[in-house]
Design a protein around this ligand. Sequence first.
Ligand code: CAO
Length: 465
Amino acid sequence: MATIQVEIPDIGDFDDVSIIEILVAAGDTVAVDESLITVESDKASMEIPSSHAGVVQSLAVKLGDTVNKGSVILTLETAETADASTPAAPVAATPAPAEPVPQQTEAAAPSTEAPAGMPAELTAEPASPSHIGKSASVEAEEAQQRLQAHQPADQPLNNLSHASPSVRKYARELGVPLMQVQGTGAKGRITHEDVQSYTRAVMQQAQQGATAAVQTGSGMPGIAEWPQVDFTKFGEIERKALSRIKKISGSNLHRNWVMIPHVTNHEDADITELEAFRKQLNEEQKRAKSDVKVTMLAFLIKACVAALKEFPDFNASLDGDEVVLKKYFHIGFAADTPRGLMVPVIRDCDQKGVLEISQELSTLAKKARDGKLSPSEMQGACFSISSLGGIGGTYFTPIINAPEVAILGVCRHAMKPVWDGSEFKPRLILPMSLSWDHRAVDGAAAARFNAYLAQVLADFRRVML
Ligand code: CAO
């Protein structure tokens, strides 16, 4: 243990500089190179870093004091043996009125991310190497050049901000453009509080904008405001609150539709033999007094598992610059319930037969309709199917259920004349629509997926391949 006095080091051609910031207090633990105070001359401001690590015993200076080389800043208790007094570490000068420049220390860094709504060109610059050894005038010129790069054409270059290096560092880390901050300190100096107030105001504005955009569906540049209509002018109306599920699924669907580049490929599957087999299976189930009823959806789930195995890019999720390929086969299915749309998930469909899947399908569909699905029964899907077959329609565009990359929509099958090369034959045709995320897969893969799926449904023995 040793007690040392940390002094102002040789700071070059600067005499009688004023202390404009004290960055530590008695009892603080400081690391080597951690800034202790900020001093300012009429040419530049600079932070004085600590030469040693230790605990601050007492401060020998106060705000506004004038100091020179050798002035004692504070007394430090260190773990090492040292001379009774020692100058602080060497420092680099920062021209006072200039663009923020990186410092050597990492003090006071709550976040490195720019707040939402900040223009990208005004966010933090990557830190550059130390400035030690450069003269204040060279730094001033470099800072001026950096400033020019960011300066909007209509703003005069002499409109420079007045702030200490630590405030500049803080602003840079938050992505705050200092030129837009109103200084409330002495002589208009920008303080930490000014940077915080600016950030708070920008965040509030961004939040208000986002809320308005969600409520009106607009707020994006170039998109017209949502029409505000007094419907009572045109006839009688009734207002009903949206159900909780409608609100949740609505905002998820909106996000997925807006954020995923959807493409939908349509395909017809000949399910003549499969439907005959399904009917036969249900007869057998009845005779066996089983309560399991098999619908086309159970076969579709098995056929989709076969297609996902064949085309693993569809059994995937995007995660930043990576694709997550799943080795499991959990399939979600859209269920229409009185409260709104829900998507229960049948797990490990590759390990289950059509009868087991049918059983689970009807249990989960009933639970969905009764509002009894647990969150875990709606999680973990790799791929979803939306079947409107029991209702009607031909083709539609299902919305992908993020973070999945594809969804299959099927409509009502119909008997159609199909040319077999010599004559038209009546065949039962199932219309299918596959929506896929163009970031994850491309059109050729989607066409192959659909063609394979149709082949499997036309000859279900292929599921075993
Ligand atoms: N073509 C013709 N008939 C079909 C068919 C198809 N593709 N698919 C099912 N059917 C028949 C069934 O065989 C059944 O007929 P029977 O009663 O004569 O046997 C009838 O339609 C009703 O089937 P179902 O709907 O009860 O069962 P399912 O397994 O086909 O579907 C479920 C279950 C939960 C998916 C369905 O009830 C449902 O909710 N579908 C709506 C999904 C939805 O809303 N999608 C849109 C999402 S985007 O808003």
